[in-house]
Design a protein around this ligand. Sequence first.
Ligand SMILES: N[C@@H](CCC(=O)N[C@@H](CS)C(=O)NCC(=O)O)C(=O)O
Length: 214
Amino acid sequence: MNADLKLYQSNGSPNSRRVRIFLAEKGITVTQVPIDLGAREQFADAYAAINPRRVVPTLVLEDGTAIGEVPAIMRYLDEAFPETPLLGSTSIEKALIQMWERRMELEGFAPVMETVRNRAAGLKDRAIAGPHGYAQIPALVDRGMARVRDFYADLEARLGEQPFVAGSAFSAADITAFVTIDFATNALQFGIPDTDVAILRWYEALTTRESFSA
Ligand SMILES: N[C@@H](CCC(=O)N[C@@H](CS)C(=O)NCC(=O)O)C(=O)O
């Protein structure tokens, strides 16, 4: 389905990828507007007018409303296009999926991001994305790696009990967890440990979904 929406995004941005996969899973096609983070296009006045936080992604609706923050974008899309819900249908499903998606973001995605941003030479004084510059804190790298290790251990325990992160059905929580793992693998060379058989089983199954190449 073609929707009259614009997604400002960057191909190399894992946050943008969470939304691209979400859209692909729902079968929604939008106009993608590339923002070149390497060229600091997020700081251009034209983009700052759309998203004053100067980060991607941003979803812009037909009436010009600009929605930032990945969970908010997901929520809008799931409510505006209710077919193939990825954030649940009942009150209980919605609460549990939000709980698990938030855990994947806070306990997985954020520690990977924190480690990458406090380590990469090219991100000196850009340790936190957004309009304000922050210096790197090297001690956060070791702590971040420990948090990523714990994320894998906790996810292994969860997927040993349930086929998907939020339970019996695929959801947005799986998207955030999967993007987190690819991000950790590519940016930190910290892939799924060989002993994490439940994560490996789940990961292999998800790679067969067409949406995950989005
Ligand atoms: N909390 C924001 C985070 C967005 C974010 O950090 N995006 C990164 C790319 S993954 C970005 O735009 N970075 C720009 C920069 O580092 O200047 C969200 O959920 O959308």
